[in-house]
Design a protein around this ligand. Sequence first.
Ligand code: F6P
Length: 319
Amino acid sequence: VKKIGVLTSGGDAPGMNAAIRAVVRTGLSYDLEVFGIYDGYFGLHQNKIKKMERYSVSDIINRGGTFLGSARFPEFKDEKIREEAVANLKKHDIDALVVIGGDGSYMGAKKLTEMGFPCIGIPGTIDNDIAGTDYTIGFDTALNTAIDAIDRIRDTSSSHNRISVVEIMGRYCGDLALQAAIAGGAEYLIIPEVGFSRTDLLKSLNEGKLKGKKHAIIAITEHITNVNELAAGIEMATGRETRATVLGHIQRGGSPTARDRVLASWMGGYAVELLLDGKGGRCIGIQNNQLVHHDIIECIENMRRPFSQDLYTLQQKLF
Ligand code: F6P
């Protein structure tokens, strides 16, 4: 391997810049040429490829988002589009590619690997929904942002004796809401892995009131239900003022936490080491505080993230 490319794809995540920086600088430390690909797979198809120097990644470790840009590009499922993308990589004599992103990005990396182009996947998404890793880059920052928001909502919710429904991102993974509920002291939690019944929720809210709770915070993962309708339904059934807040893309931005910067740097450096070791078609994870790598095809096709049942059970005891 002499020349490698790096791109970020799918939803951005705080810490992606730190990962790119680590790929570039680790690559340069081994005298590799490193190319940045702008705007994800879309940019790869458009040949938006630029050689990176040490200074190209200066002053980005603390910045949220991704300076390379990112895109969702479903057209990459088309084999002809992928062949054109690989032709662009070959124009620059790039031998291997590091892809930083979520499961859609891994799918692209898997397809390229199957076409004989070695890729390494680095898990970059706030959702923490990737198999083969305990944590994804961006999760910790988004979690801290969500907790900060819940703390603020708690202030006003308690001043007004209200019920507050807080919608948290995560796509179809409840980790962000679960950990935000524990760290933010939310009274009720609704996540996709468990689901919910409105009757049980109303019953719990009632029990909470009998225990003396004057206000309540309900943390809920997105895509489960319309939170404004849920809030209106709760208000109607309980007679208590209820408000909904969708945290939305605020959770995607901001300066990455130290934990995300270290994780991203660690994984970025490791991706280059794996390529130098002749390993392609792998995805990186952190498990039990150790860096690991798995077959990217196996990861997408057969591996599933375990649900943190212990944390869920704990949360149910804490409200
Ligand atoms: O995958 C990250 C994520 O922020 C999810 O939590 C959310 O469902 C989705 O992306 C939002 O996508 P977009 O930014 O394209 O609206």
